[in-house]
Design a protein around this ligand. Structure first.
Ligand code: HEC
Ligand code: HEC
Length: 298
């Protein structure tokens, strides 16, 4: 045994122990420990180390809500207005992917990383960007994928093939015209059936497993999908799987999606009093009565 084997072996052992450890200190313990290790370890070994690291992070940071078995029944989630995602089904609301058969839409790793990094504003799914390093987020994604057989059965390239091309930049700025055109799309496509005339949200929406979906009120200007126009574009284009929100990318033109985004944004109320404006700037009050700090728009 030469010196390098001993050193890298030790480093790997420490990496594994810390990776399975019970605290957020697991963050930043990158699985690679030098060129020698890369030669020794097979791709499978690498994957094992990443998943192991991900499990440690999951058990510490996610299991209270999502459950130790990933079924969304964590002890901390009792009484939540919106149940945490059940990872065992492999069905996700937020994705960049969409296909003819909705059940086939798995999210890409990048989609899952984005959800974990940015959270789902207005729900208890907090953003983890300041709590976990990018490497830790990548690892926890690999771990949550192990809860569902669907990821094992589908090659990553097959998932990537279903990514809907999303425009990086808006072709036109929001205007009174685009808002008016968006209102027409909203009416013509019966968006109001579920989201309400003024975007107040329909309390009776349920997901495919019979659990209540707590829709955001568009008037609050805070969205589970994220805070940018692109985030809204993505959800309108690809839908929210597991709920009745269809993917509209084949039904609406790109221009119509931008217009309806502008209309949705225009619904956000602007209070006139100074105090009202200040509190709207800081806090969001959902129709359910839930109040939370307004996430920064980025
Ligand atoms: C305080 C509770 C809580 C914690 C902690 C938490 N989540 Fe969540 N998470 C939720 C809730 C609630 C939802 C569902 C929101 C919804 O569907 O509207 C959710 C949804 C998700 C989704 C699914 C989104 C989709 O597209 O359907 C992912 C992925 C996720 N969480 C990952 C994680 C990971 C990984 C961690 C740990 C690093 C974590 N969550 C920690 C409450 C939590
Ligand atoms: C059959 C009911 C239904 C119809 C019709 C419908 N939606 Fe949805 N929509 C939903 C549900 C359910 C969700 C997911 C909600 C959740 O988990 O908060 C959703 C989510 C969204 C979101 C994301 C909100 C967020 O919090 O990020 C947007 C934006 C949206 N819908 C826009 C539209 C537009 C635009 C139309 C019409 C073109 C439309 N919806 C039609 C039910 C519907």
């Amino acid at each position: 045994m030469d010196r390098w084997t001993v050193v890298t072996g030790l480093a790997m052992a420490i990496g594994l122990v810390v990776g399975t450890g019970n605290d957020l200190a697991a963050q930043g313990v990158a699985p690679s420990v030098g060129p020698a290790a890369a030669q020794v370890r097979s791709a499978q070994g690498d994957r094992f180390a990443v998943v192991t690291m991900g499990r440690g992070i999951y058990n510490a940071a996610c299991a209270t809500c999502h459950g130790i078995h990933g079924d969304g029944r964590g002890p901390g989630a009792r009484g939540f207005a919106q149940r945490p995602a059940d990872f065992t089904r492999g069905v996700y609301k937020l994705r960049s992917t969409s296909s003819e058969t909705p059940s086939a839409d798995l999210p890409t790793d990048a989609d899952l990383e984005r959800t974990i990094r940015e959270g789902m504003p207005s729900t208890e799914m907090i953003p983890f960007r300041n709590l976990l390093t990018p490497a830790s987020i990548r690892a926890v994604v690999q771990y949550i994928k192990t809860f569902s057989k669907r990821f094992e059965e589908t090659d990553p390239p097959a998932i990537e093939a279903k990514v809907v091309t999303l425009p990086q930049v808006r072709p036109f700025p929001p205007s009174a015209e685009s808002v008016a055109a968006g209102r027409e799309v909203y009416t013509a496509r019966s968006c109001a059936d579920c989201h309400g005339e003024r975007g107040e949200g329909n309390a009776d929406e349920v997901d495919t497993w019979g659990f209540r979906v707590r829709l955001v009120a568009f008037q609050n200007g805070v969205f589970k999908s994220g805070t940018s126009d692109q985030d809204l574009f993505r959800t309108i284009a690809t839908g929210a799987r597991g709920t009745n929100m269809e993917a509209y990318h084949g039904q609406l033109t790109e221009q119509e999606v931008w217009q309806v985004v502008d209309f949705i944004r225009s619904l956000a109320e602007r209070p006139t009093s100074l105090l009202g404006r200040l509190s709207r700037y800081l806090f969001v009050v959902e129709p359910s009565g839930m109040t939370y700090r307004r996430p920064a728009r980025r």
